[in-house]
Design a protein around this ligand. Structure first.
Ligand code: NAP
Length: 271
């Protein structure tokens, strides 16, 4: 007998919702912004570079979606407060926060300074704390729940290469933070989940590959080839692979999930 199921269009729609995607000007963030906007959300593209945020928001608008740019440095509390105020002034509320902004400079730990270490933790972990706290405060005040999606990494579970000790510390931290905050915010109907991408082709990855400090005798082209060979699906991911998972977590398709992490890595953790 046919069950009385909610129609699928109703489960996936984000019409009437507004979302903030940090680091949304390019790469994975832009991929996520596109899928949320396509599902009907108004999307604030929040990025450190004013021009990059404006150009990404213009691109979304030109494609027929609702979007606005907002400048933010996620590691700076004043800047995050301004971002939250700006988006709420424009959109009345924030229903969905995607903590995506992050950096991954490749530095071998023996060459790493305390400042190098601190900078990665400031953006990748303190930034997630600041955005979560300041947005959740407003979600709680409004009393209509919300979704928080943290973009971690397979490095939150297992190191992917040398030179990322600071990054792996930040991503393990982000995953731990996700679980604890999910517990704390559940009574407010704010569901907090994470997505752990594997290797995704983005401007940031191309830049990191160019500037990587590799152990003696290791060559980047060879490293990429070796990494690709380890991916059971045989390819690097695209930002839209993560956009699709984010849409799942932002919508009612994920109606009974909080404190979880979805690994989107083409199977690389199996290898
Ligand atoms: P990306 O191409 O470098 O894009 C990141 C965006 O965030 C850039 O526009 C960047 O601006 C911005 N940003 C940097 N610092 C910021 C700050 N303090 N405040 C606000 N915005 C800031 O990076 P991506 O590869 O898409 O990665 C996005 C997220 O996915 C990161 O958290 C990363 O750790 C995670 N991830 C990526 C991969 C991958 O393979 N790509 C794998 C696993 C996890 P600038 O360019 O001006 O710095």
């Amino acid at each position: 007998m046919k069950q009385d199921l909610r129609p699928i269009d109703d489960l996936i729609t984000l019409t009437g919702k507004s979302a903030v995607v940090t680091g949304g000007a390019m790469g994975i963030g832009l991929g996520i912004a596109y899928r949320l906007a396509e599902a009907g959300a108004r999307v604030a593209v929040a990025d450190i570079e004013e021009e990059a945020a404006a150009s990404a928001a213009n691109q979304l608008v030109a494609d027929g979606f609702e979007a606005m740019p907002v400048t933010v440095d996620v590691s700076d509390e004043t800047s995050v407060r301004q971002m939250v105020d700006t988006v709420i002034d424009a959109y009345d509320a924030i229903d969905i926060l995607v903590n995506n902004a992050g950096i991954y400079p490749n530095i071998l730990v023996m060459n790493m300074t305390a400042d190098d270490f601190r900078r990665v933790l400031d953006i990748n972990l303190n930034g997630v704390f600041l955005c979560t706290k300041l947005v959740a405060e407003r979600m709680i005040e409004r009393g209509q729940g919300g979704r928080i999606i943290n973009i971690t990494s397979i490095d939150a579970l297992h190191p992917s290469s040398a030179g990322l000790a600071h990054y792996d510390a930040s991503k393990h931290g982000e995953w731990g933070f996700t679980k604890n905050v999910a517990l704390e915010l559940a009574p407010h109907r704010i569901w907090v989940n994470a997505i752990a991408p594997g290797g995704i082709v983005t401007p940031g990855v191309r830049h990191a590959q160019e500037g990587a400090q590799l152990p003696k005798g290791v060559d980047m082209a060879e490293l990429i080839e070796r990494f690709t060979a380890r991916i059971p699906m045989g390819r690097f991911g695209e930002p839209d692979d993560i956009g699709r998972a984010a849409l799942f977590l932002a919508s009612d398709l994920s109606s009974y999930m909080t404190g979880t992490q979805i690994v989107v890595d083409g199977g690389v953790l199996l290898s």
